[in-house]
Design a protein around this ligand. Structure first.
Ligand code: HMG
Ligand code: MG
Length: 310
């Protein structure tokens, strides 16, 4: 039997952080409800980064206050200020709300890390110490992202040994899962295989997720290489939400519909209701005010409009 796969939805965070249009909190909550109704079990809902850097997600506390039941959620937390904001938002909720975990992030390449979080890699890892331990002490799981794991916009190729070293340091800090990010969508399946071969003797692959952006159309091929290599958690974004609003045509994360379509066809159980997922994708388009690039979303809709059954 093909292994069950966890689809880790990041659209409300990784997608909306890149949109030119500010989606109001009520719209974000409608999208989160649609994703919960589609059966997604893990959803990254928002981000407690600086609202000056990412104004699109400045309403993180309002979003956390009203998360719909169903999934286990995660939010990005870049530093101790972010954790304090998250814990205050959790404390302000009525008891019994859904689970919310934390995710820290840094890049394997020094230059991208500086542009993204204004610090060097070592300094960023040091800044995670007052985040990961205290978050875990409060019962939160902590995911650690390694961005630019397959290439950097400023440095080009990234040494996979460096990716492994950053991943090991995140695990040593207490992260329970590592997500390897192809931040700019340049990776190819041979790179995925090479990286997993390096990780396998040092890290349990159940602790590894792949976070592929689909900028150059290689995301699903990379997922397949990951699946064959033993990875069972893949990040994706509803409709392929994301990309850069200032780079027309640039696509964002691997679309959740494309990922679920492929996994379903291969017999992997995901728990996701594909028809309801399409509804979430259409809602995401309505909220951002433009069509989204996900191929399965567009194809299924066109087929249904034409009255054809797939
Ligand atoms: P900083 O300005 O260098 O840090 O920001 P600072 O500690 O010196 O603080 C300066 C100011 O920021 C202060 O305000 C702080 O209060 C405020 P001021 O004195 O100027 O009025 N501040 C905060 N406010 C609210 N929440 C906070 C917070 N921290 C500081 N948590 C920081 C450092 C990391 C916060 C900043 O650089 C930042 O927010 N960067 C945004 C990074 C980001 O969100 N990038 C996108 C997500 S990562 C990603 O997309 C990749 C991923 O998808 C995987 C992949 O694809 O590879 C995960
Ligand atoms: Mg990303």
């Amino acid at each position: 039997m093909p292994a069950p796969v966890t689809v880790y939805e990041v659209g409300p965070r990784d997608g909306l952080q890149n949109e030119a249009r500010q989606v109001p909190s009520e719209g974000k909550l409608r999208l989160l409800r649609a994703l919960a109704e589609a059966g997604l079990s893990r959803v990254e809902a928002t981000s407690f980064v600086s609202p000056k850097w990412i104004p699109q997600l400045a309403d993180a506390d309002q979003v956390v206050a009203a998360l719909p039941p169903g999934p286990a959620y995660a939010v990005l937390v870049p530093n101790d200020k972010g954790l304090a904001r998250l814990l205050a938002a959790l404390d302000a909720r009525p008891a019994g709300g859904p689970r919310v975990d934390a995710a820290v992030f840094l890049s394997a390449s020094e230059s991208h890390n500086r542009r993204n979080v204004n610090k060097g890699v070592d300094e960023t890892l040091a800044a995670f110490e007052p985040v990961v331990g205290p978050a875990r002490a409060r019962g939160l799981r902590v995911r650690g992202y390694v961005s630019t794991a397959f290439g950097c916009p400023y440095e080009g190729k990234v040494d996979p040994a460096r990716v492994v070293s950053v991943a090991e340091r995140l695990l040593a800090l207490g992260c329970e899962q590592i997500s390897l990010g192809d931040t700019i969508g340049v990776g190819t399946p041979d790179q995925v295989r090479r990286l997993l071969d390096l990780l396998r003797p040092r890290v349990r692959l159940e602790q590894v997720a792949l976070h592929m952006h689909d900028t150059r159309g290689t995301a699903l091929a990379n997922v397949l290489a990951g699946l064959e290599g033993g990875v069972t958690t893949f990040d994706s974004s509803v409709g392929g939400l994301g990309g850069c609003p200032y780079a027309p045509g640039a696509s964002g994360n691997l679309a959740t519909e494309d990922l679920v379509y492929m996994l379903r066809g291969m017999g992997h159980e995901t728990g996701v209701d594909f028809d309801r997922l399409l509804l979430a994708g259409s809602l995401a388009e309505e909220l951002v005010g433009h069509p989204l690039p996900g191929k399965a979303l567009q194809a299924e809709r066109a087929a249904r409009v034409a009255g054809r059954v797939q």
